[in-house]
Structures are given as C-alpha cells and as structure tokens.
Design a protein around this ligand. Structure first.
Ligand SMILES: [Zn+2]
Length: 80
C-alpha cells in the first residue's frame, strides 16, 4: 500500500525515492540531541537525528543509472 502510494509521487530526474525500514540512533546522534554539538560541529539549523538507515529503492529519476526499484540500500548520511 505504501509502496503503491510512493510510486505515484513525482520526483526530479536525479532523485531516488526510498522506502525506509529502520534508522539507527548512534552515539553521534545522542551528542547532537543532548549537546547540539559533537566536537567542532555545532548544530545551527533544525536537524533530524538518525543517519544510519536501510530500505528499498521505490523509484528513480530518469537520469539515475546506478540504482533501480527493488534495490536494497543502506545509507550513512545526515539530514538537515
Ligand atoms: Zn552514527
């Protein structure tokens, strides 16, 4: 059901739409949450914690050649 709804979304030619399964909260995230900083990196804008995630590719833009729907992915990124 969710995948069917996601497939109806329009995306840009270089976007990849993911259906996420889980996102971990690690020690870095705890520092961001409790201190709004980790070492020299200070959070100055709203930030969604959790940057170690896994899921499945649902849809890719027409210029994306290295992924296709159904690929399993993991990511290690910060979202701001
Ligand atoms: Zn981490």
């Amino acid at each position: 059901m969710i995948t069917r709804l996601l497939n109806q979304l329009l995306i840009n030619i270089t976007d990849v739409l993911l259906e996420m399964y889980v996102t971990g909260i690690c020690g870095s995230d705890m520092h961001y949450w409790k201190h709004m900083a980790i070492g020299p990196f200070i959070v100055t804008d709203p930030m969604i914690i959790g940057h170690e995630s896994s899921g499945t590719v649902v849809k890719v833009g027409k210029n994306v050649k290295h992924l296709k729907p159904g690929n399993l992915i993991n990511s290690f990124e910060n979202l701001y």
